[in-house]
Design a protein around this ligand. Structure first.
Ligand code: 5GP
Length: 345
């Protein structure tokens, strides 16, 4: 008989952060930098743990450069050649500590990842990204990468439940990417019926990871700076976004003009657009699980960065957290029936 979990699981939109009495004078006094030492790699990271997704429109070298200047992180997409990586490393060596090289789990992916890491020793983060982090094949792949790169920090995902977070950490991963189905251009929930409300997934997975001295990324579903604050409040160590970083100058793709308005193309990595581009089309045995959309052109990403960081600082001020690290300890979520007043939107 199918089992039903009756306890309600929540998304970012279902809650608000409750303000708390605080002694912080100004948003300027809030420290968004975190210092994290990872469980398996033993490496230490220092930065603002907001990340651009390893999607090919968003996880670009231009994005990595712009984000790193502000202390933010980029999971660079897996389609750059070794030569392009070498060139990036030569031009912007200071950015390398704020980027990860991404890989899927095919043999070709492993060869390409190894070539990049051997050619550019300054890259110490690896992002192992598959749509379904629940397969034993993926666990074995994490073990293989850990054995080959014992001191690199390994990001692995995506999963949404504590037991799989633990399994991946015990298999050698340092940071687990959490999120199945919340993404802005994701159609997994519609195509498969599978998923987990993101706020609850983050709360539960952070608890599992932290119990083992591991860390997590909340990946997907952030639509505004407030959602980023809620993800950190829920216990995420890092927050990854695709859509919020889409549509900027630093993204891949041309500006499209329609009726005097400017747009840029943004698409899911399992969309037919991505599969046509990188895999010669959608294989017959699988459905496309991503959308292709035209997002309004937003200019330089610097404005968006400041918007996100300003929102985060303000969330810390309202909750009395002088450091981002304290936000989850100071977070109480209130369930709500209406998050925003949409009268003028
Ligand atoms: P967003 O910040 O746009 O809401 O979500 C970004 C995340 O969506 C990515 O980091 C990735 O985990 C996920 N994603 C990207 N492309 C696809 C796709 O084609 N299908 C699915 N299911 N998820 C995707």
């Amino acid at each position: 008989m199918p089992n039903i979990i009756n306890e309600i699981k929540l998304d970012f939109k279902d809650v608000l952060l409750r303000p708390k009495r605080s002694t912080i004078k100004s948003r300027n006094d809030v420290n968004l930098y975190r210092n994290i030492t990872f469980k398996n790699s033993k490496q230490t990271y220092e930065g603002i743990p907001v990340m651009a997704s390893n999607m090919d429109t968003v996880g670009t070298f231009k994005m990595a450069h712009a984000l790193a200047k502000n202390g933010l992180f980029t999971c660079v997409h897996k389609y750059y050649s070794v030569d392009e990586w070498k060139q990036f490393a030569q031009n912007h060596p200071e950015c390398l500590k704020h980027v990860a090289a991404s890989s899927g789990m095919s043999d070709a992916d492993f060869v390409r990842l190894s070539d990049i890491l051997n050619a550019v020793p300054g890259v110490t983060f690896i992002c192992l990204d598959v749509a379904n982090g629940y397969s034993q094949h993926f666990v074995d792949y994490v073990r293989k990468v850990r054995a080959a790169f014992p001191t690199h920090t390994i990001i692995a995902g995506n999963v949404v439940t504590g037991e799989m977070v633990e399994e991946l950490i015990l298999s050698g991963a340092d940071i687990i990417k959490v999120g199945i189905g919340p993404g802005s251009v994701c159609t997994t929930r519609m195509k498969t019926g599978v998923g987990y409300p993101q706020l609850s997934a983050v709360i539960e997975c952070a608890d599992a990871a932290h119990g083992l001295q591991g860390h997590i990324i909340s990946d997907g579903g952030c639509t505004c700076p407030g959602d980023v604050a809620k993800a950190f409040g829920a216990g995420a160590d890092f927050v990854m976004a695709g859509g919020m970083f889409a549509g900027h100058d630093e993204c891949d793709g041309e500006v499209i003009e329609k009726n005097g308005k400017k747009f840029k193309l943004f698409y899911g990595m399992s969309s037919s657009t991505a599969m046509d581009k990188h895999a010669g089309g959608v294989a017959e045995y699988r459905a496309s699980e991503g959308k292709t959309v035209e997002v309004p052109y937003k200019g330089e990403v610097q404005n968006t960065i400041l918007d996100i960081l300003g929102g985060l600082r303000s969330a810390c001020t309202y909750t009395g957290a002088s450091k981002l690290k304290e936000l989850s300890r100071r977070s109480t979520f209130i369930r709500c029936t209406q998050q925003l007043n949409n009268i003028y939107s």
